[in-house]
Design a protein around this ligand. Structure first.
Ligand code: GLA
Length: 372
């Protein structure tokens, strides 16, 4: 049995509660976020998934063994939120975990795949993030972590399929056991790295990685992503305060180039103009959502400037020049860009007037061009 690839022909675009709100989530936040999708132009830009992460369940299952929403934080229940999202043309996502408890310590889906998948189908949700905390490895003697992951994610994948309800499955085992090598057909996307930190580069607390570290780990996996199955280098940190405006642009553009999920992780009720313009940038989103779904490849790096290239479905090519260092650099334009016809400066939204064979890239910045 294989998942329905058609549910996710291009990377998901949406929002997830975790990066900004952690466990501190309520139904009011979800309702306000749904409203913000409409009023802030996010729906018009293509964002659809409103994803509730850890923190939605009550501390215990009900008497019939089902997961239930926390009665204080989600008194109206999940079904009502899914209906609200659907009335606005949006989709609702929810979270559980392969282990005995979620990372935040709430009840999770180990040995409850069928009952939980049926609950999620009854709720009417469209997307499930399936995490990897508190997995009882002692129940699988002799199996590697990758083999345990294949076993447990297959169980949930098949449990979802038997409900007959279309649900995107997002695997979240942080790249352990190289899921990009075996998860296609089992899940629609798979995390390739540990959690992202709201930091561009440099030291991060243990267990989390900067934007630059995640870029390096994910970009080399370009071959494994394609329609229906995507590398997931974690959710976005734009708008959360830890990145400069230029770093936010680079983070967002790199995720677009890598065909990564565009899951906003900031407070959409307080979206500033710079972040709104960035995350609704039509030229960047068109790259991310290109139906060919071929993530950019790293073609080479010189002096901290990385050259990226991505083929597009219409035969055009996207080029990225990403300057990881803090000082501005002037570098040669990619040779192959030297073709007849106009060059589009994607981030600047204008035709690029080539006066020189070299181009400047700000410190921590990116230039994105499209030709052909
Ligand atoms: C893990 C995941 C995060 C988030 C938290 C929730 O760390 O990788 O994305 O879902 O758990 O507790």
């Amino acid at each position: 049995m294989s998942i329905d690839f058609s549910l996710l022909p291009t990377p998901p675009m949406g929002f997830n509660t975790w990066n900004h709100f952690h466990m501190d989530i309520t139904e009011r936040l979800v309702e306000d976020t749904i409203e913000a999708f409409i009023t802030q132009g996010l729906f018009d830009a293509g964002y659809r998934y409103v994803n509730i992460d850890d923190g939605w369940m009550a501390p215990a299952r009900d008497r019939r063994g089902r997961l239930v929403p926390d009665p204080v934080r989600f008194p109206g229940g999940i079904r009502r939120l899914a209906d609200l999202a659907h009335r606005h043309g949006l989709k609702l996502g929810l979270y559980t975990d392969c282990g005995t408890r979620t990372c935040g310590g709430l009840p999770a889906s180990y040995d409850h795949d069928l009952v939980d998948a049926n609950t999620f189908a009854d709720f009417g949700i469209d997307y499930l993030k399936h995490d990897w905390c508190h997995v009882p490895f002692e129940d699988f003697p002799g199996l590697s972590e990758a083999q345990v992951a294949e076993t447990l994610y297959t169980r949930m994948s098949e449990a979802i399929l038997q409900t007959g309800h279309p649900i995107v499955l997002s695997m979240c085992n942080w790249g352990h056991g190289h899921p990009w090598e075996w998860a296609r057909g089992m899940a629609h996307l798979w995390r390739t790295t540990p959690d992202i930190a709201d930091t561009f580069a440099g030291p991060t607390p243990s267990g989390v990685l900067s934007v630059c570290e995640i870029f390096h780990r994910n970009v080399v996996l370009a071959d494994f992503a394609g329609p229906g199955g995507f590398n997931d280098p974690d959710m976005l940190e734009v708008g959360n305060g830890g990145l400069t405006p230029i770093e936010e642009e680079t983070h967002f553009a790199l995720w677009c180039l890598m065909a990564a999920p565009l899951l906003l992780g900031n407070d959409l009720r307080a979206l500033d103009d710079h972040t709104r313009r960035l995350v609704t940038h039509a030229g960047l989103i068109a790259i991310n959502q290109d139906p060919l779904c071929r993530p950019a490849r790293l073609m080479g790096s010189e002096g901290g400037v990385h050259r990226l290239q991505r083929p597009m479905a219409d035969g055009s090519t996207v080029w990225g020049l990403f300057n990881e260092r803090a000082d501005e650099r002037t570098v040669p334009l990619p040779m192959a860009m030297d073709v007849a016809g106009p060059v589009q400066d994607v981030m600047a939204n204008r035709t690029y007037e080539r006066t020189d064979a070299r181009v400047s890239v700000p410190g921590h910045g990116i230039r994105v061009f499209r030709t052909g």
